[in-house]
Design a protein. Structure first.
Length: 277
């Protein structure tokens, strides 16, 4: 322990900038390790949920199969399926509720067949999201499927925490720049401009993180309409700050970011497939 303390003292005695850089690097490495641990734990929990949902969905599908092949009574099948409905997405719940209301055997059979098709879609979706090293190797020979499986199982656990660590680094830099600039402001108006600029950059990086993480990494970005042009404009907007940071320009950009945030939430992201109605 004394050797470690002596090392710290020696570092501080040599060069304050080198010391701060060393401390900062250590902090970022620690942050990456924490984020990666948290990511792996969350992914493990998600996979357990996927496996449980797959088990329940498969049991429900089997009940439908029994009914269609005259091995079970309609009401008995509905009763058993209803126990699994707690995990159904809204679209499937609505489909199931309509099926329960059918009161003649012909409509009941047709509704059950249609419900089975919907169950197959949900099971296929869950399988596509499942990450299991035993079953992720694809035997179909599809290169894109193999690449996707490799990215999910091998690349994502490394790159996702790196991306979030980088984002924290940027936000930390913005905060430090904001504090130092605020203390050196020469007037109240300049202080207001700095505060507005800080809010602009904070919203920008948080929104950019959300779009990359939810839109691109999870494949929810909607490629239709004006989403790509608006996203490109959003990405290059901070270039304006190189030329001016006057309060009315910064205020306008702040309002534009708020508008784009609302637009992204409603239009730029596809709803998760297992929750679509």
């Amino acid at each position: 322990m004394s050797h470690f303390i002596d090392l710290i003292k020696e570092l501080f005695a040599r060069d304050i900038s080198t010391t701060l850089a060393t401390v900062f690097i250590i902090f970022m490495v620690w942050m990456y390790k924490e984020l990666r641990t948290n990511y792996l734990e969350n992914r493990k929990i998600d996979q357990q949920r996927f496996e449980k949902a797959l088990e329940i969905y498969t049991e429900a599908e089997m009940e439908v199969y029994k009914y269609i092949n005259n091995r079970s009574d309609f009401f008995l099948s509905v009763e058993k399926i209803s126990k699994a409905s707690v995990l159904f997405p809204p679209r499937l719940v609505e489909n199931f509720n309509k099926m329960k209301e059918e009161n003649n055997s012909f409509d009941q059979r047709a509704a059950m067949i249609n419900f089975r098709k919907e169950l197959h879609k949900e099971i296929a979706l869950l399988k596509s999201e499942q990450i299991n090293p035993i079953i992720t190797s694809d035997s179909s020979g599809d290169l894109m499927v193999s690449i996707e499986n490799f990215a999910k199982s091998k690349v994502a656990p490394f790159l996702t925490p790196v991306f979030h660590t980088y984002l924290i680094f940027i936000l930390l830099f913005v905060v430090l720049f904001f504090i130092s600039s605020l203390f050196t402001a020469r007037s109240a108006l300049e202080g207001i401009e700095i505060v507005l600029l800080f809010f602009d950059l904070t919203i920008y990086f948080i929104l950019l993180c959300a779009i990359i993480s939810e839109g691109f990494m999870k494949g929810r970005f909607n490629h239709k309409g004006y989403n790509w042009p608006l996203f490109i404009i959003f990405c290059i907007t901070p270039v304006v700050f190189i030329f001016t940071t006057v309060w009315y320009v910064v205020s306008c950009i702040f309002l534009l970011f708020l508008f784009y945030m609302s637009y992204v939430r409603k239009k730029s992201f596809n709803r998760p497939q297992n929750s679509q109605s």
